[in-house]
Design a protein around this ligand. Structure first.
Ligand SMILES: Cc1cc2nc3c(=O)[nH]c(=O)nc-3n(C[C@H](O)[C@H](O)[C@H](O)COP(=O)(O)OP(=O)(O)OC[C@H]3O[C@@H](n4cnc5c(N)ncnc54)[C@H](O)[C@@H]3O)c2cc1C
Length: 340
């Protein structure tokens, strides 16, 4: 707890709401906060807006967002970013929030890994699955190959055109990319350490009909090539038998490191790996709300559409926390005449 001496409201830039996480939930929350006229800041550890949409599947189409029959995830992220900044909110990128403490005056101090401090009356936690850190391969390779030749998230499908691609993993991402690349790559091989896939059955069936060489019970032993990727040695984990395959691009989808233990140290009540919220999206901490993938309640669905609805609820109730005479219901935006 910091002392009131070092925490003089007049000396600080105190925001009404600070949204941690600039994924679809946080971005829509930022828009709503602007619409309600409260002073808003958004903080994200990543260098760009969009959360999972940008970090994990920018080149995939999303079909279940209201008003968009079909939209690329990166385009949805771009639109959300534009909407989020309509009211010139303050956006801080590249800073990971590491601690939150509440002062005696009720103002929260948010501390980041860059050593900066952000002051706010309310907080909206829109952290998704936490900072999206992909699990890394337990195999050595030249660092310069990562991001272009060896990828953990596909930023551009075109990079895989006419390549011999090795995909590692058995979840939705691995199988979906195997299906996508089968349309444009020279050859696609998918290795998976088990014969059961976590991906949806229809995608697995599609993969088996597509031009994908699926090798179950196979794992990566090492990478071949001198400064560039030329191939890989894989092995059958039942027999140890090794095989060399030619590849000049690799896509690794073996999951994410999820560590949300720090949330408990902030004093938040958790249910498993998610923050418990009530119907107003309030957490157990005063003035702290949560929305999107990071929170849970009895009717929880982890979808972009749900996050948007929860963000609207959280922000509108945060408005009543900041100003107890304000109504939670924002009115209809169609009644406004915004010069935007
Ligand atoms: C491959 C794939 C396909 C999907 N397809 C669909 C689909 O078709 N339809 C659908 O509805 N949903 C889909 N989803 C799920 C959807 O992407 C998520 O429900 C959605 O992204 C959740 O949004 P969010 O803003 O709550 O969290 P996220 O998108 O995870 O954003 C959270 C943000 O918080 C940031 N953050 C976390 N911790 C910190 C910290 N300590 N400090 C600062 N910043 C922090 C992260 O960097 C991230 O940017 C898909 C997911 C995946 C992986």
């Amino acid at each position: 707890m910091y002392s009131p001496e070092t925490h003089k409201l007049a000396d600080m830039d105190v925001f009404d709401i600070t949204i941690i996480g600039a994924g679809p939930t946080g971005l829509f929350g930022s828009f709503y906060a602007g619409l309600r006229g409260i002073k808003t800041k958004v903080i994200d550890v990543l260098g760009e807006l969009g959360g999972q949409l940008t970090a994990l599947y920018p080149e995939k189409y999303v079909y279940d967002v209201a008003g968009h029959p079909k939209i690329l995830a990166k385009d949805l992220a771009k639109n959300l970013g534009t909407q989020a900044q309509l009211f010139k909110q303050s956006i801080v990128l590249g800073e990971k929030v590491t601690q939150m403490v509440r002062g005696e005056d009720g103002v929260w101090k948010i501390i980041t890994d860059k050593g900066s401090e952000h002051y706010t009356k309310t907080v909206l936690l829109a952290l998704g699955a936490g900072a999206c850190v992909p699990k890394k391969l337990d195999v050595e390779y030249p660092a310069e190959l990562e991001g272009d030749t060896i990828v953990y998230a596909v930023k551009s499908k075109e990079r895989f055109r006419d390549k011999d691609v090795l995909i590692i993993g058995g979840g939705d991402s691995a199988v979906d990319w195997a299906n996508e690349f089968s349309q444009l790559a020279s050859k696609v091989t998918l290795i998976h350490r088990r014969d059961q896939f976590r991906a949806v059955q229809t995608s697995v069936e599609e993969m088996c009909h597509n031009k994908v060489d699926v090798k179950t019970f196979y794992e990566l032993k090492h990478i071949l090539g001198n400064g560039k990727l030329e191939g890989a040695v894989i092995f059958d984990n039942r027999t140890g038998k090794e095989e060399t395959i030619k590849c000049d691009a690799m896509c690794i989808n073996i999951g994410f490191v999820i560590n949300l233990d720090f949330l408990k140290s902030w004093g938040l009540q958790m249910e498993g790996n998610a923050i418990a919220v009530n119907e107003k999206m309030e957490t157990n901490l005063p003035g702290v709300y949560a929305a999107g993938d990071i929170c849970t309640h009895p009717a929880k669905l982890k979808l972009i559409a749900t996050g948007a609805s929860e963000a609207a609820t959280a922000v509108n109730f945060a408005v009543t926390f900041v100003n107890p005479t304000a109504k939670a219901f924002p009115g209809h935006s169609s009644n406004l005449n915004l010069s935007i």
